[in-house]
Design a protein around this ligand. Sequence first.
Ligand code: LLP
Length: 410
Amino acid sequence: MAAVAVSHVYPLGSRLNARGRLEVGGCDVVELAREFGTPAYVYAEDDMRARARAYKQAFRAHTDRFEVVYAAKAFPCTAVLRMFAEEGLSADVASGGELHLALAGGFDPARLYLHGNNKSLAELDYAIGRGVGHIVVDSFDEIERLRGRSQRVMLRVTPGIKPTTHSYIQTGQVDSKFGFPVADVPRAVEACRRAGLDLAGLHAHIGSQILELEVFERLAEALGGMGAWPLLNLGGGLGIAYTADDEPPAIQDYVEALVRRAPQGVTILCEPGRSLVGNAGVTIYTVGTVKQIAGVRTYVAVDGGMSDNLRPMLYGARYEAQIADRFGGSDRCTIAGKHCESGDILIRDARLDDPRPGDVLVVPATGAYGHAMANNYNALPRPPVIFCREGDARVVVRRETYDDLTVRDA
Ligand code: LLP
């Protein structure tokens, strides 16, 4: 059997090998499951590098004045931060902890942007002490906290633009805990000046998993119309494919939408998270229990669940799955986790080929906000992160152990 391509939901370069098994980054995922155990987050390193390059090339086709700022929250991991630093990206960090990871990844502090609607004094001190390039100021209280620091800052604005996406991840509307409403911008600019801050430009992030481009054009125009600033940061938000039916806009088209109506001469920044890492990662599980409830449904239970992927429970997010060595099939199944909650369902209507205990199950498109939002519910140790490239696999975050669960006991 020759190698077969798989859909665009899987990491770039993924295929079914001659044994009919999924390969990610040239590694057979059934073998990865044997070697590293399950559940595990498996990433194709080249996928992330290719997308970082696609962003830079897309900008270069229009302008030399741009910065691609990786939103670390999507996949806060030292190894990926190191990789994006190597690729020449900047990074957005949304807490002292994310700042710590970016520095551990070797990021030049000057290329970091610190975000947050409620940064603590300790976080601000940490950022300023390490020479963070820009702090994205979010409130009048924060301006007061920064008084006299002569720090370079940007101002976060809520432009009143509401994209089509889950309400929990809409952030551009006026009724938001983030940023300054447009009406307060002149007063905030003045407050920054009086506090001695070096205000370099405006920032807005209107939401996440956005599949329409028109809102980004409107955003560029709206922010561009709020004064002549050297920097305009249009946030992140480009959506990705979670199932084979999803056709998100290409990175090139998204970048064109950012650039099209932005003022001439301005440096344009964007902060992609999900669109850099989301499709680069899959989660592998082992099927443990198959429960057929006659006339009702078939539950296929795996060795993870809401602790390694909170998105189905939090946003009703839809995913697809396959058995790693038997792609295809039409048996309708509900993929359940192993947590003590009925709502711990990863996928409601997966189509699988006769799932059995011991099968390795693959859920694609878990690269963003999977590891990031992993938790220890039911005291499950969190999964490892494995990077694959040209057939070599390396653990970049090890699996948690039971001892890790008690290590903080005082
Ligand atoms: N910039 C800022 C200021 C942000 O708040 C975010 C995401 C991004 C950039 C990156 O957005 P992206 O390109 O990844 O859409 N946990 C949710 C997503 C929350 C996003 C929060 N902010 C999820 O799993 O869908």
